[in-house]
Design a protein around this ligand. Structure first.
Ligand SMILES: Nc1ncnc2c1ncn2[C@@H]1O[C@H](COP(=O)(O)OP(=O)(O)OP(=O)(O)O)[C@@H](O)[C@H]1O
Ligand SMILES: O=c1ccn([C@@H]2O[C@H](COP(=O)(O)O)[C@@H](O)[C@H]2O)c(=O)[nH]1
Length: 220
Protein backbone atom coordinates (compact mmCIF):
# COMPACT_ATOMS: atom_id res chain seq x y z
CA UNK A 1 0.00 0.00 0.00
CA UNK A 2 2.78 2.43 0.95
CA UNK A 3 4.66 1.36 -2.13
CA UNK A 4 1.58 2.23 -4.25
CA UNK A 5 1.51 5.68 -2.65
CA UNK A 6 5.17 6.23 -3.47
CA UNK A 7 4.57 5.04 -7.03
CA UNK A 8 1.68 7.42 -7.38
CA UNK A 9 4.09 10.21 -6.51
CA UNK A 10 6.04 9.00 -9.56
CA UNK A 11 8.90 7.89 -7.38
CA UNK A 12 10.25 4.47 -8.14
CA UNK A 13 11.07 3.21 -4.66
CA UNK A 14 10.70 4.24 -1.03
CA UNK A 15 14.48 4.68 -1.03
CA UNK A 16 14.31 7.32 -3.75
CA UNK A 17 11.57 9.15 -1.86
CA UNK A 18 13.74 9.07 1.25
CA UNK A 19 16.68 10.48 -0.72
CA UNK A 20 14.38 13.17 -2.10
CA UNK A 21 13.18 14.19 1.39
CA UNK A 22 16.72 14.24 2.79
CA UNK A 23 17.82 16.46 -0.12
CA UNK A 24 14.88 18.82 0.37
CA UNK A 25 15.72 19.19 4.05
CA UNK A 26 19.47 19.54 3.58
CA UNK A 27 20.53 23.14 4.28
CA UNK A 28 20.57 25.18 1.07
CA UNK A 29 23.22 27.84 1.44
CA UNK A 30 24.02 31.10 -0.30
CA UNK A 31 27.30 32.72 0.65
CA UNK A 32 27.04 36.52 0.74
CA UNK A 33 30.34 38.29 0.10
CA UNK A 34 31.57 41.82 -0.56
CA UNK A 35 33.87 44.41 0.96
CA UNK A 36 33.28 45.90 4.42
CA UNK A 37 30.23 48.15 4.27
CA UNK A 38 29.18 46.96 0.80
CA UNK A 39 25.66 46.51 2.19
CA UNK A 40 25.55 42.74 2.78
CA UNK A 41 23.69 42.91 6.09
CA UNK A 42 21.26 45.55 4.82
CA UNK A 43 20.33 43.51 1.75
CA UNK A 44 20.20 40.22 3.69
CA UNK A 45 17.51 41.72 5.94
CA UNK A 46 15.43 42.51 2.85
CA UNK A 47 15.98 39.03 1.37
CA UNK A 48 14.84 37.44 4.63
CA UNK A 49 11.67 39.53 4.56
CA UNK A 50 10.79 38.69 0.99
CA UNK A 51 12.20 35.20 0.41
CA UNK A 52 12.11 33.56 3.84
CA UNK A 53 15.80 32.78 4.24
CA UNK A 54 17.53 32.64 7.60
CA UNK A 55 20.34 35.19 7.83
CA UNK A 56 23.52 34.10 9.60
CA UNK A 57 26.21 36.76 9.73
CA UNK A 58 29.56 35.18 10.59
CA UNK A 59 30.72 38.56 11.95
CA UNK A 60 27.65 38.84 14.22
CA UNK A 61 28.17 35.28 15.48
CA UNK A 62 31.81 36.08 16.27
CA UNK A 63 30.85 39.33 18.03
CA UNK A 64 28.28 37.43 20.11
CA UNK A 65 30.89 34.80 21.02
CA UNK A 66 33.34 37.61 21.93
CA UNK A 67 30.77 38.97 24.39
CA UNK A 68 29.71 35.62 25.86
CA UNK A 69 30.75 35.44 29.51
CA UNK A 70 33.37 32.75 29.96
CA UNK A 71 34.18 32.41 26.25
CA UNK A 72 37.73 31.15 25.83
CA UNK A 73 37.92 32.98 22.49
CA UNK A 74 36.70 36.46 23.48
CA UNK A 75 40.08 38.19 23.50
CA UNK A 76 41.35 36.41 20.41
CA UNK A 77 38.22 37.37 18.45
CA UNK A 78 38.47 41.01 19.50
CA UNK A 79 42.10 41.30 18.42
CA UNK A 80 41.39 39.66 15.05
CA UNK A 81 38.37 41.93 14.43
CA UNK A 82 40.22 45.12 15.34
CA UNK A 83 43.09 44.17 13.04
CA UNK A 84 40.77 43.16 10.20
CA UNK A 85 42.22 39.64 10.29
CA UNK A 86 40.29 36.45 9.74
CA UNK A 87 39.56 34.34 12.79
CA UNK A 88 40.68 30.66 12.57
CA UNK A 89 37.95 28.65 10.87
CA UNK A 90 37.45 26.09 13.62
CA UNK A 91 35.88 28.85 15.73
CA UNK A 92 33.71 30.32 12.97
CA UNK A 93 32.53 27.00 11.56
CA UNK A 94 31.45 25.71 14.97
CA UNK A 95 29.35 28.87 15.48
CA UNK A 96 27.82 28.60 12.01
CA UNK A 97 27.09 24.90 12.31
CA UNK A 98 25.47 25.36 15.70
CA UNK A 99 23.31 28.23 14.43
CA UNK A 100 22.17 26.18 11.42
CA UNK A 101 21.38 23.15 13.60
CA UNK A 102 19.42 25.26 16.08
CA UNK A 103 17.39 26.90 13.31
CA UNK A 104 16.49 23.57 11.73
CA UNK A 105 15.78 21.92 15.09
CA UNK A 106 13.23 24.63 15.78
CA UNK A 107 11.64 24.31 12.36
CA UNK A 108 12.93 21.62 10.02
CA UNK A 109 11.45 23.43 7.02
CA UNK A 110 13.71 26.44 7.58
CA UNK A 111 16.57 25.07 5.52
CA UNK A 112 17.47 28.10 3.37
CA UNK A 113 20.43 30.08 4.75
CA UNK A 114 22.22 33.28 3.81
CA UNK A 115 25.72 32.94 5.23
CA UNK A 116 26.98 36.52 5.28
CA UNK A 117 30.69 37.36 5.39
CA UNK A 118 31.99 33.80 5.00
CA UNK A 119 34.11 32.15 3.53
CA UNK A 120 36.67 34.96 3.61
CA UNK A 121 39.88 33.08 2.87
CA UNK A 122 41.33 29.71 1.90
CA UNK A 123 41.35 28.50 5.53
CA UNK A 124 37.60 29.32 5.77
CA UNK A 125 36.83 27.53 2.51
CA UNK A 126 38.78 24.42 3.44
CA UNK A 127 37.14 24.38 6.87
CA UNK A 128 33.71 24.60 5.27
CA UNK A 129 34.49 21.83 2.77
CA UNK A 130 35.91 19.55 5.45
CA UNK A 131 33.07 20.04 7.93
CA UNK A 132 30.06 20.57 5.70
CA UNK A 133 30.73 18.43 2.64
CA UNK A 134 27.56 16.39 2.06
CA UNK A 135 25.76 18.15 4.92
CA UNK A 136 24.81 21.37 3.09
CA UNK A 137 24.51 22.49 -0.51
CA UNK A 138 26.05 25.80 -1.62
CA UNK A 139 23.82 27.12 -4.40
CA UNK A 140 25.78 30.24 -5.29
CA UNK A 141 27.73 33.23 -3.99
CA UNK A 142 25.92 36.55 -3.92
CA UNK A 143 28.64 39.14 -4.44
CA UNK A 144 28.02 42.78 -3.55
CA UNK A 145 30.54 44.63 -5.68
CA UNK A 146 31.51 48.08 -4.47
CA UNK A 147 34.53 50.39 -4.72
CA UNK A 148 36.87 50.61 -1.74
CA UNK A 149 36.10 54.30 -1.41
CA UNK A 150 32.33 53.76 -1.10
CA UNK A 151 32.90 50.87 1.33
CA UNK A 152 35.15 52.99 3.56
CA UNK A 153 32.81 55.98 3.56
CA UNK A 154 29.80 53.84 4.46
CA UNK A 155 31.66 52.20 7.35
CA UNK A 156 32.98 55.54 8.65
CA UNK A 157 29.44 56.90 8.57
CA UNK A 158 28.14 53.75 10.31
CA UNK A 159 30.98 54.10 12.84
CA UNK A 160 29.44 57.30 14.21
CA UNK A 161 26.79 55.16 15.92
CA UNK A 162 27.67 51.45 15.50
CA UNK A 163 30.05 51.15 18.43
CA UNK A 164 32.06 48.68 16.32
CA UNK A 165 35.75 48.61 17.18
CA UNK A 166 36.60 48.15 13.49
CA UNK A 167 34.59 51.01 11.92
CA UNK A 168 37.56 53.38 12.05
CA UNK A 169 40.13 54.44 9.45
CA UNK A 170 42.98 52.30 10.74
CA UNK A 171 40.96 49.06 10.96
CA UNK A 172 39.26 49.78 7.64
CA UNK A 173 42.54 49.99 5.76
CA UNK A 174 43.39 46.54 7.12
CA UNK A 175 39.91 45.13 6.38
CA UNK A 176 40.06 46.32 2.76
CA UNK A 177 43.54 44.82 2.37
CA UNK A 178 42.29 41.49 3.79
CA UNK A 179 39.29 41.59 1.47
CA UNK A 180 41.44 42.21 -1.62
CA UNK A 181 44.17 39.73 -0.73
CA UNK A 182 42.17 36.90 0.85
CA UNK A 183 38.47 37.14 -0.02
CA UNK A 184 38.59 38.19 -3.69
CA UNK A 185 40.49 35.00 -4.60
CA UNK A 186 37.69 32.95 -3.01
CA UNK A 187 35.09 34.81 -5.08
CA UNK A 188 37.24 34.18 -8.17
CA UNK A 189 37.32 30.45 -7.43
CA UNK A 190 33.52 30.34 -7.34
CA UNK A 191 33.41 32.54 -10.47
CA UNK A 192 35.43 29.92 -12.39
CA UNK A 193 32.72 27.34 -11.74
CA UNK A 194 29.87 29.72 -12.64
CA UNK A 195 28.65 30.10 -9.08
CA UNK A 196 28.82 33.87 -8.56
CA UNK A 197 25.90 36.30 -8.95
CA UNK A 198 27.25 39.86 -8.90
CA UNK A 199 25.29 42.92 -7.89
CA UNK A 200 26.46 46.53 -8.26
CA UNK A 201 26.33 47.53 -4.60
CA UNK A 202 27.34 51.17 -5.10
CA UNK A 203 23.79 52.12 -6.13
CA UNK A 204 21.00 53.19 -3.78
CA UNK A 205 19.54 50.66 -1.37
CA UNK A 206 16.38 50.17 -3.47
CA UNK A 207 18.28 49.91 -6.74
CA UNK A 208 20.53 47.25 -5.24
CA UNK A 209 17.54 45.31 -3.96
CA UNK A 210 15.90 45.50 -7.39
CA UNK A 211 18.97 43.70 -8.81
CA UNK A 212 18.89 41.21 -5.96
CA UNK A 213 15.23 40.44 -6.63
CA UNK A 214 15.96 39.66 -10.28
CA UNK A 215 18.40 37.01 -9.13
CA UNK A 216 16.12 35.54 -6.46
CA UNK A 217 13.00 35.53 -8.63
CA UNK A 218 14.95 33.46 -11.13
CA UNK A 219 16.87 31.08 -8.90
CA UNK A 220 16.45 31.87 -5.19
N1 LIG B 1 22.97 50.92 -1.06
C1 LIG B 1 23.35 51.66 -0.03
N2 LIG B 1 23.50 52.99 -0.17
C2 LIG B 1 23.92 53.77 0.87
N3 LIG B 1 24.19 53.29 2.12
C3 LIG B 1 24.04 51.97 2.31
C4 LIG B 1 23.62 51.08 1.26
N4 LIG B 1 23.57 49.84 1.76
C5 LIG B 1 23.95 49.91 3.03
N5 LIG B 1 24.22 51.18 3.38
C6 LIG B 1 24.72 51.66 4.68
O1 LIG B 1 26.10 51.37 4.73
C7 LIG B 1 26.47 50.85 5.99
C8 LIG B 1 27.04 49.44 5.81
O2 LIG B 1 25.98 48.59 5.42
P1 LIG B 1 25.92 47.09 5.94
O3 LIG B 1 26.11 47.05 7.41
O4 LIG B 1 24.72 46.45 5.37
O5 LIG B 1 27.24 46.52 5.21
P2 LIG B 1 27.97 45.14 5.37
O6 LIG B 1 28.46 44.77 4.02
O7 LIG B 1 27.11 44.16 6.08
O8 LIG B 1 29.18 45.58 6.30
P3 LIG B 1 30.19 44.70 7.18
O9 LIG B 1 30.77 43.65 6.32
O10 LIG B 1 31.20 45.70 7.58
O11 LIG B 1 29.42 44.18 8.34
C9 LIG B 1 25.23 50.90 6.86
O12 LIG B 1 25.28 52.08 7.62
C10 LIG B 1 24.08 50.94 5.85
O13 LIG B 1 22.96 51.63 6.34
O1 LIG C 1 33.94 34.50 8.79
C1 LIG C 1 34.34 35.53 9.37
C2 LIG C 1 33.58 36.69 9.50
C3 LIG C 1 34.09 37.78 10.16
N1 LIG C 1 35.32 37.74 10.69
C4 LIG C 1 35.88 38.88 11.44
O2 LIG C 1 34.85 39.78 11.82
C5 LIG C 1 35.07 41.06 11.24
C6 LIG C 1 33.79 41.74 10.96
O3 LIG C 1 33.04 40.98 10.02
P1 LIG C 1 31.76 41.64 9.28
O4 LIG C 1 31.36 40.63 8.26
O5 LIG C 1 32.25 42.90 8.68
O6 LIG C 1 30.74 41.85 10.32
C7 LIG C 1 35.98 40.79 10.05
O7 LIG C 1 36.73 41.92 9.64
C8 LIG C 1 36.88 39.68 10.61
O8 LIG C 1 37.84 40.20 11.47
C9 LIG C 1 36.10 36.59 10.57
O9 LIG C 1 37.23 36.54 11.04
N2 LIG C 1 35.58 35.52 9.91
Amino acid sequence: MLYRLFSSLSLKTPASLFRCIVHAMKPQVLFVLGGPGAGKGTQCAKIVEKYGYTHLSAGDLLRAERGRPGSQYGELIESYIRDGKIVPVKITISLLERAMDETMKENSEKNKFLIDGFPRNEDNLQGWNTNMDGKAEVKFVLFFDCSNEVCINRCLERGKSSGRSDDNKESLEKRIKTFLESTRPIIEQYQKVGKVRTVDASKSLDEVFAEVQKIFDKEG
